[in-house]
Design a protein around this ligand. Sequence first.
Ligand code: SF4
Length: 162
Amino acid sequence: MDNKQKLKIGWFSFTCCEDSTILLTEMLNRHLDEWKKVIDFQHFKALKTNNSIEGLDVAFVEGAISSELQEADLKKIRENCKYLVTIGACACTGQPSSSRNAFMPEEINYKIAFYMCHFDYSKDVQKISDFVKVDDEVNGCPMNPDIFVKIVDKYLKLFNII
Ligand code: SF4
């Protein structure tokens, strides 16, 4: 089976602890043999050096958006995929990554102030659907692996691959 018959997916991480990336890597111990027959992991920086976002069928996005640069990258991903699925609570709801939005001024100590001054952060951390259309969600902290498998199956069927 060549790549034309595979689901072209991308996996992307924004502001978060990347636990769903670690979880997916663990899941590959069980699912890789089955998935590599039907899935082209076209963009997956945690596992690959050469990555491309062009012409993706499904983009899986974990993490929240905390800078204008991330916002631009997210919009570029959306332009290059047919479907976009948010992965984990940070991407689906903003929390817990967006907990800093609720900091009171007296809680902004010198450490936090240092990071806010020296990196190009937005005032608020926001969820993915605040910026782009989201087609499906795999919520959980980290993501619920059973729902992730169901969503993967859903798109494999939608694209007539299985
Ligand atoms: S949802 Fe939880 S596990 Fe996933 S990136 Fe956010 S904090 Fe980490």
